[in-house]
Ligand binder design. Structure first.
Ligand SMILES: [Zn+2]
Ligand SMILES: [Zn+2]
Length: 307
């Protein structure tokens, strides 16, 4: 990975925060906007999630494309606020020359459309979804594997409250996995098994099976953008909240043979210094392994290419 021009697969982070935007002096370096990632690959413009970071992306696209039409695919992982709240402020949807195709699961055709419509309905917002001049189309893929032009997309259900998927995007130059919201299986299952009929051994076994399948899903990803909301200590107090911790993220990336791990979905209470520390901790953990793993903290405005 480098910032060298000429590569056709490019990645830019527009929003890296979880839960709620947190602008302010403490978050200047990593950024305060919620989830949004731009991918350019094989002639396609793919946007991952529509958190508040998508507003800035929209402005950048307007100035890049000028009078030319923008044709993009917006892949939504789930409809928690931090993944859709920026959409009403995405300027390309206010221009009838632009085509925006929104992909999502759990009946995106009705469910996702109704939810995006709902967050723009009176009295929450002055412009209704259907009054947006842009050509907005909803796609609800029937399988967990679909194509956008030459780019293959695989989806997988994540361990997160409600319906939430992660995406792996296969380009001609490598693959990018985007799992913004995911909690490691084992602690979660043991925590929630209290009310279930499975024994702790059966629960552990089922968690290991789920994790092995996730490792397979991620195997050999060039870039993994992964929910690392908590330190290991913080996670102990947040089991069941649907988010990851440093050690579970590093071990998942190592087991899946990932090249670069990007710690994502920063907790709103974590300032730049705290994220620096978390990155250092993750790097130390990765360095103990025989396998090479590059670790970075997701930073708003960061760009990279696959080559
Ligand atoms: Zn989230
Ligand atoms: Zn969520």
């Amino acid at each position: 990975m480098s910032a060298a021009p000429g590569s056709s697969t490019r990645l830019k982070l527009w929003g890296v925060r979880g839960s709620i935007p947190v602008p302010g002096s403490g978050t200047v370096r990593y950024g305060g906007n919620t989830a949004c990632v731009e991918v350019r690959a094989d002639g396609e413009l793919i946007v991952l999630d529509a958190g508040s970071g998508i507003r800035e992306l929209g402005l950048a696209l307007e100035s890049e494309f000028g009078s030319r039409p923008i044709n993009l695919s917006l892949l939504i992982t789930h409809v928690h606020w931090d993944h859709i709240q920026g959409f009403p402020f995405f300027v390309p949807s206010y221009d009838d020359k632009n085509q925006i195709t929104i992909f999502g699961y759990n009946g995106a055709d009705s469910g996702l459309r109704e939810i995006l419509k709902g967050q723009m309905a009176t009295p929450f917002f002055p412009v209704a979804l259907y009054d947006l001049p842009g050509k907005i189309q909803f796609e609800s893929p029937e399988t967990m594997d679909f194509k956008i032009g030459k780019v293959r997309v695989r989806a997988r259900m994540m361990n997160h409250p409600g319906v939430c998927v992660g995406y792996r995007i296969f380009t001609s130059e490598g693959s990018i996995a985007y799992l913004p919201d995911h909690e490691p299986y084992e602690a979660f299952k043991l925590h929630s098994a209290k009310s279930h009929l499975l024994s702790p051994e059966q629960t552990k076994k089922s968690a290991q099976k789920d994790r092995a399948e996730l490792v397979k899903f991620l195997q050999g990803s060039d870039v993994l953008i992964l929910d690392t909301q908590y330190t290991d200590e913080e996670y102990q107090a947040h089991v069941g909240w649907g988010h990851g911790s440093i050690s579970s993220c590093v071990s998942l990336a190592l087991d899946a043979g990932v090249r670069k791990l990007i710690l994502f979905h920063h907790d709103p209470t974590h300032d730049d210094q705290m994220i620096d520390k978390m990155v250092q901790t993750a790097r130390k953990m990765a360095a103990k392994s025989e396998n090479y793993l590059e670790v970075e903290g997701a930073r708003e405005g960061a760009e990279m290419t696959l080559d």
